[in-house]
Design a protein around this ligand. Structure first.
Ligand SMILES: Cc1cc2nc3c(=O)[nH]c(=O)nc-3n(C[C@H](O)[C@H](O)[C@H](O)COP(=O)(O)OP(=O)(O)OC[C@H]3O[C@@H](n4cnc5c(N)ncnc54)[C@H](O)[C@@H]3O)c2cc1C
Length: 437
């Protein structure tokens, strides 16, 4: 049965925002109290701080400390409501948002449904590799890493044990770099004490990058610094190395060589979320929806697309799929709606790039912000401060800060419990890889 859902006064103009991520959150905040009804729709009931997912996957943070309940965010914002639902499509002509369990009328629509992992059609990789896009992915990867050490500790065959203790991370962007560093620290500082029966010299972490450098958004000096620091930590950084596919117990390289492993972490590609593909709008590279200078879709200036879902070119280059782009676009779309309602002109969207950064490990990071290049400890402090600032919720900030402080002084990563329970009696044998989860 289809339900038509009404909030507030039916004659009040309504903006519906799809997605409570970085773009949607900023848009909703900017529209609060502006004489309009706002409804934010998300399939999840929380805002997720994706840049810290790798810390959940490396046992540094509890999952809940990087997520914040959506209703807790919007409840103090005037005339902003939250609706948990999966959006299945849009009736553009009838101005109706189609939900899995109903529909919502809108006057303005802001599509901010984000991105998804891009395996570039490599089905074997999709089946066998872990990805880091949602909380469940991060928790599953963390469970798998701890489980793998448990299995290795009971494995007498040295060849099988080495395969279990080999971790392959594909993609040398910020997520790959940050996860490689964090995993190495987990192994060196925690697992080396947790598993006295294992020789940690048998563990390998490989970071594979298809291009000739890590962290493509940063200057060459910082790219070299990053590769050097990771190698200094014992991580094998293989540049100009393409992967061809994966099996349950190996990753296959483009040249035909393979690396025996039970852990492949894929951080090599992003694309627009699946919703972008079902809207009937034109799509460009990575499935993103091209929008005009005011971020609206061609032929409908009441529909905005922002963040990872949108393709916006600036100075001849597509804007990257990063949080600051989504936040600035969300705010711009909201301001544009308000100005249009007041009969005012709107200047085209222009992204102000404040730079980028990545952490490599405890006390070391790289940053290129406002034209200033930083590496090592100062960059790490800048990274910590920025991430704390953008994390939503005082409690989350406090919990994360305490965790970081604890780790800094005691080198202890606390979250090493395997939360996926094994049945009391073993279930029938069968493959249970990342894809099935
Ligand atoms: C592991 C990882 C690390 C990252 N690190 C950084 C970093 O360090 N710095 C940086 O700037 N960027 C980073 N990013 C990228 C950044 O997180 C994204 O660019 C940003 O989140 C995009 O914002 P958005 O609003 O477009 O989408 P998102 O923040 O992804 O939000 C989209 C929302 O839409 C919802 N949604 C999707 N489909 C539907 C549907 N059909 N129905 C209802 N709701 C739906 C989702 O549940 C989600 O809440 C990282 C991303 C990942 C995955």
């Amino acid at each position: 049965m289809i339900h038509l859902i009404y909030y507030g006064e039916p004659d009040m103009k309504r903006t519906v925002i799809v997605g409570m991520g970085f773009g949607g959150l900023r848009a909703a905040r900017a529209l609060a109290g502006k004489g309009m009804e706002v409804v934010v729709v998300d399939r999840r009931n929380y805002h997720l701080f994706q840049p810290l997912l790798y810390q959940v996957a490396s046992s540094s943070l509890e999952a809940e400390s990087i997520a914040y309940p959506a209703r807790g965010i919007v409840r103090d914002w005037k005339r902003v409501r939250f609706r948990m639902a999966t959006v299945t499509g849009v009736d553009f002509a009838g101005k109706r948002l189609l939900l899995a369990d109903g529909e919502l009328r809108y006057d303005y629509l802001i599509l901010a449904a984000g991105g998804a992992t891009n395996f570039f059609g490599m089905k074997s990789m999709e089946r066998h590799a872990f990805q880091l896009k949602g909380l469940d992915h991060a928790v599953r990867l963390r469970n798998h890493i701890v489980e793998t050490f448990e299995r290795a500790s009971g494995e007498d065959d040295p060849v099988k044990r080495r395969a279990l203790l080999t971790f392959v991370i594909v993609g040398g962007g910020p997520t790959g770099v940050e996860y490689a560093g964090a995993l190495q620290e987990l192994i060196r500082h925690e697992f080396s004490r947790d598993y006295p029966e294992l020789d940690m010299g048998e563990t390998r972490i490989l970071l594979l990058e298809a291009k000739g450098a890590l962290l493509p958004a940063l200057p060459a000096t910082l790219q070299h610094y990053t590769a050097q620091r990771l190698r200094g930590m014992g991580i094998e950084v293989l540049l100009d190395t393409q992967v061809h596919g994966a099996e349950a117990d190996k990753v296959v390289l483009a040249g035909g060589d393979n690396i025996p492993t039970h852990t492949i972490v894929w951080s090599a590609g992003v694309q627009a979320c699946p919703l972008a593909a079902v809207l009937g709008l034109p799509r460009a590279a990575n499935g993103r929806i091209p929008v005009g200078p005011d971020l609206t879709v061609a032929g409908d200036d009441h529909v905005f697309v922002v963040g990872d879902m949108a393709l916006v070119e600036q100075d001849g280059r597509p804007l990257p799929m990063v949080a600051p782009v989504a936040m600035q676009q969300g705010e711009y779309a909201a301001r544009t709606i308000v100005r249009r309602e007041r009969g005012r002109e709107v200047a085209p969207f222009r992204y102000r790039d404040k730079g980028s950064m990545a952490t490599i490990g405890r006390s070391t990071a790289v940053a290129n912000a406002f034209g200033i290049r930083l590496s090592g400890f100062p960059a790490w402090i800048a990274w910590l401060a920025l991430h704390l600032m953008y994390l939503v919720g005082f409690r989350n900030r406090l919990v994360v800060l305490l965790n970081w402080g604890y780790y800094y002084f005691f080198r202890a990563q606390q979250v090493r419990v395997i939360t996926a329970d094994e049945p009391c009696v073993p279930r029938a044998a069968g493959p249970e890889g990342p894809a099935s989860a």
